[in-house]
Ligand binder design. Structure first.
Ligand SMILES: [Zn+2]
Length: 235
């Protein structure tokens, strides 16, 4: 079966990785004979409306998987601060609109502005959204992830770690169990800790990445051989 023919679901049963030019398909959920093999075409971090916007823009269809029908994760993905008197729904929906715009505007700015200007854009939007959104809100996570990237580019390791540490836990909760977004965050953080001589923290992060990749890439993948070597060389 050609990988290009596998249908999309926001609750994918398999993950596709490449070993050289060979596409490999592995189950990331318990599957029974006859279950449809489904992959995700898109980043699964985002709430249902955003995911379907992306699917319509790039693939010309709307998803009707269980998650798109129930939107069961949307509420945690759009988490707002708990207040004694709840935040006005209009304030929340305005902030969601602001967040979606911030994502789009940053994407455009990325190729035009300097790193310090980009960092400022991130911080400004995090400040504004932080008045309403919890740190685990996906629009907060999106801007923190961008800020982490800019810090890495500027070789500000401490800055990158502080963003990464805020991102990691919500990532683990919001992404599916075996997610390459999560394993790559563990890899980045693990290497940052090691670069700053935080040995045991770094090693344990790399091992968490390894555990996800063993399922997603398979135990014999060249990436795993390399990562095991990297871990062994640290001991
Ligand atoms: Zn869906």
């Amino acid at each position: 079966m050609s990988v290009a023919l596998i249908n999309h679901s926001c609750l994918p049963s398999v993950i596709v990785t490449y070993n050289g030019t060979m596409a490999e398909v592995r189950a990331v959920q318990d599957m029974n004979p006859g279950d449809e093999v489904l992959i995700s075409y898109i980043d699964l971090l985002y709430p249902t409306d955003d995911r379907n916007d992306r699917l319509r823009e790039s693939y010309y269809f709307t998803c009707d998987c269980q998650e798109c029908k129930t939107k069961s994760k949307d509420k945690v993905k759009l988490k707002v601060h708990k207040r004694s008197d709840p935040i006005n729904p209009e304030v929340i929906s305005n902030m969601v609109r602001y967040g979606r715009n911030a994502v789009r505007e940053f994407r455009a700015a990325k190729h035009q502005k300097s790193p310090s200007e980009l960092l400022e854009i991130c911080e400004r939007s995090l400040d504004k959204m932080g008045a309403v959104f919890d740190d685990s809100n996906v629009y907060m996570l999106h801007m923190m992830y961008q800020a982490m990237g800019v810090c890495l580019y500027m070789e500000d390791l401490d800055g990158a770690i502080s963003y990464g540490e805020k991102i990691l836990k919500p990532y683990c909760q919001l992404y599916p169990a075996y997610s390459l977004n999560v394993s790559s965050m563990y890899l980045k953080l693990g290497r940052l800790y090691l670069a700053l001589d935080r040995h045991s923290t770094g090693l344990s992060a790399l091992k968490k990445a390894l555990a996800i990749m063993e399922v997603a890439h398979g135990k014999d993948h060249q990436y795993l051989t390399a990562l095991r070597k990297e871990i062994a060389s640290q001991k």
